[in-house]
Design a protein around this ligand. Structure first.
Ligand SMILES: Cc1ncc(COP(=O)(O)O)c(C=O)c1O
Length: 389
């Protein structure tokens, strides 16, 4: 179906941070499949796991015990400080689980119509519930009727949250991304998540963090909430959890997970032995190569370079970053930069029409990082020189 406007390039193979097309051209992948291939393409440890597990056992069923899934759940709970995991196959499905948890939790509190507070400019997925939760009118067009039970407020606006919490006595959860990804790489004020934690706790509402894009070391900690030493009630993961093998996870504390009794939710594929074994290897490699610290330090250096080279350029409105997640917002629409990138053999993305977004693999070397900074700064400057406002 015509659901994508595809770029005129396709790839035949990949290795590390490079993708190769059928003619042998190499492209530096500064997007990593939209924050999926944190370990780059065809990491040897993952190829080995895929081959081994692929010839041992791929799928059984969640009707039976799945030891690799249990092992993965334990690792995720250890890393996050949460207690229980439901496995899905995508970010949207992980968020569906979080929404269902929030509603059940709300009903347990006696709310007939439990409300979930969500954010403007957020992105949570394309299923009907996650689409409703998403704060972008354009992607909802034509899919009405949407779901009841969501209130949108401004991101990074604590008074707005306080107001909505005080005006409604049936708020079951507040759901948000720790950094807006699709919304333009917007990093909230420091202390924002901590304040949300306090407010949700005072109102007996769950704090649900969508870490589908920010999780698994992307922002310089395993999970972005760890920058603020808080613990949400629910967190969702997907994308780089499987480095390209589809897997999602909804991770909750005992309180939030309690209403999810046998039969209340399910997934045929979720957390099957192949996906679970790959995710376990992803965690091993991230741990062994200390990629959380690496993303933090390299991210700071790259952000400093982007700022020093671009922030005084007319037409550059904002430069934001969290670990190896960067957004350079211009004063005009700039999707042309993606095509300029193809001409210079680098893959970048433009989101929210005006924001050049970079999500490079976490395994980039210092030289790769310098290449990315140099090429992106050149493209932004060339674009601004040549483009009409
Ligand atoms: C924050 C966030 N949540 C959810 C999703 C949806 O994930 P998926 O496309 O795997 O359903 C995305 C995808 O971009 C995302 O960035």
């Amino acid at each position: 179906m015509g659901t994508y406007n595809r770029l005129p390039v396709g790839f035949k193979s990949g290795s590390g941070i490079w993708l190769m097309d059928a003619d042998g051209n190499r492209y530096l992948d500064a997007l990593a499949g939209i924050a999926v291939c944190g370990l780059g393409h065809c990491h040897p440890a993952l190829s080995e796991t895929l081959a081994r597990q692929g010839s041992t056992l791929v799928h059984t069923s969640n009707l039976y015990e799945v030891p690799l899934q249990e092992e993965l759940a334990e690792r995720l709970c250890e890393l996050s400080g949460l207690d229980k995991v439901f496995f899905s196959n995508s970010g949207a499905e992980a968020n569906e689980a979080a929404i269902k948890i929030s509603r059940r939790y709300g009903h347990q509190l006696g709310y007939d119509l439990p409300i979930i507070v969500v954010m403007n400019n957020s992105f949570h997925g394309r299923t009907m519930a996650t689409l409703t939760a998403t704060g972008n009118e354009k992607i909802k067009e034509g899919f009405e009727p949407l779901l009841d039970g969501f209130i949108h407020i401004r991101y990074n606006d604590i008074p707005a949250l306080e107001q909505v919490m005080n005006e409604n006595s049936n708020i079951a959860a507040v759901m948000l991304e720790p950094v807006l990804g699709e919304g333009g790489v917007i990093v909230p004020d420091s202390g924002y998540l901590k304040k949300i934690r306090d407010i949700t706790q005072n109102h007996k509402a769950l704090m649900v963090l969508d870490e589908v894009q920010t999780g698994m070391c992307r922002t310089g900690e395993w999970f972005a909430f760890q920058h603020e030493q808080i613990l949400p009630d629910v967190m969702t993961l997907a994308k780089s959890l499987g480095n390209g093998i589809p897997i999602g996870a909804c991770i909750a504390n005992e309180l939030a997970a309690a209403p999810m009794t046998a039969g209340s939710h399910g997934s045929t594929f979720g957390g099957n032995p192949l996906a679970a074994s790959v995710a376990l290897t992803v965690i091993d490699v991230l741990t062994m190569e200390k990629l959380d610290a690496r993303a933090r330090h390299l991210g700071e250096e790259m952000l400093f370079k982007f700022k020093s080279r671009l922030q005084d350029i007319k037409g550059v409105n904002r430069i934001d970053g969290a670990g190896l997640m960067f957004g350079i917002e211009l004063d005009r629409e700039c999707s042309e930069i993606v095509t300029m990138g193809l001409e210079r053999n680098i893959l970048v993305n433009v989101t929210a029409q005006k924001v050049v977004r970079l999500l490079p693999p976490l395994v980039i070397t210092d030289d790769d990082a310098e290449k990315i900074v140099t090429l992106v700064c050149e493209m932004v400057m060339d674009f601004l020189k040549g483009a009409k406002k």
